[in-house]
Design a protein around this ligand. Sequence first.
Ligand code: HSE
Length: 439
Amino acid sequence: MMSRDINVGLIGFGTIGSGTVKLIQDNEGLIRNRLGAGLVIKKIADLDIETPRGVSVEKGVLTTDVNEILNDPEIDIVVELMGGYEPAKSFILKAMRNKKHVVTANKALLAVHGNEIFGVAGEENVNMGFEASVGGTIPIIKTLKESLVANNIKSIFGILNGTANYILTKMTDEKKAFDAVLKEAQEIGFAEADPTYDIEGIDTAHKLAIILSLSYGKSVRLDDIYREGITSVSPQDIEFAGELGYKIKLLAIAARREDSIEARIHPTMIPFDHILSSVNGNFNAIHIDGDAAESVFLHGQGAGMMPTASAVVSDLVDIARDIAKGIWGRVPLRSYMDDEIDDITLLPMDDVLANYYFRVSVVDSPGVLSRISGILGKHNISISSVIQKGRKLDGAVPIVMTTHKSRERDVQTALREINKLDVVCEDMMLIRIVDEKLT
Ligand code: HSE
């Protein structure tokens, strides 16, 4: 049985906005067959309504006045694809107050103002879709909220930023330095002119914050998530990682520990034989370990016009299906009932246990290794392997060590002590390792 068509207002006619319009046009018949109604783009608001977007829309659909969407009683769902905090947040809240359902890809906004926005959605009995906010086309939000609803999530390991993954892949494949690869990536449009969010792990942190709320029913402060970007990863470390059997990836890690949740983002060595190490270029991927489901792996395009539009339209269809049935709130917006969601203090980084890779550049003379291993031993850090290469560079040689499970606080204390030794030529490099089971 066919229902009435669903009217959509789109705010932001950029790459994803045009992709959303194109997908709804290209697959109109398919969507109608699956939804039992049509999705109609009734209005599109953008400051620039002149530049061609490669999709044709009827005259009168485009407007520079967002209120033509927010105040239109016939619009059922507002899609916010402008990004940023303001005015995106005010537009979303106004849409909700006007009883419109909302779809957004705005991870930064949800990561920082999620509690307020989800709260207003609850007060106004409107639905909210945000599949495109994490991992582009990858259905991670639906997987966590619905498919894995019966699981305790033991851990999540994600490659959630395509730009950072592209840069690390190029550095690995072409043995090039970070700066050179970043410059090339900017020239071909694979990295932003200001790449800070991508290379410093901020974009990844936004996505991890959303994942944490869905996985554990916890609302985290963004600043509480430990974060290191990829700027200090060198071709030398990538080469040593390869000799030790690892790839280096910018990983988002969330894990349930005894009484707390661990969340961190940093360059991480992953064993060659783990599926995440084969995720290359600008792809994203997420590995989830559920207590019943066990290992689940999702892989796909984390950005881009049509892949991200696929996630946006999936949310539109979900909400439209509920509108057709006259229901709301079948699936809680953050997977948990609202009154079950609370704030959380994450496990302090100092208390995290991990395996470590160290590279230290030292004067090549007797007793140096024993002084370094003495400091590590004093701080309960057990060495699992040592490589000393005879590659002398400016009178120094690199020593590379890996450790058994050690506590971050001990490692940082030892590192400070080692860096003070007169035989150490440059500060020690540290990269955390995950073992073959990703724990
Ligand atoms: N800038 C992101 C990336 C895509 O490089 O993966 C949008 O989150």
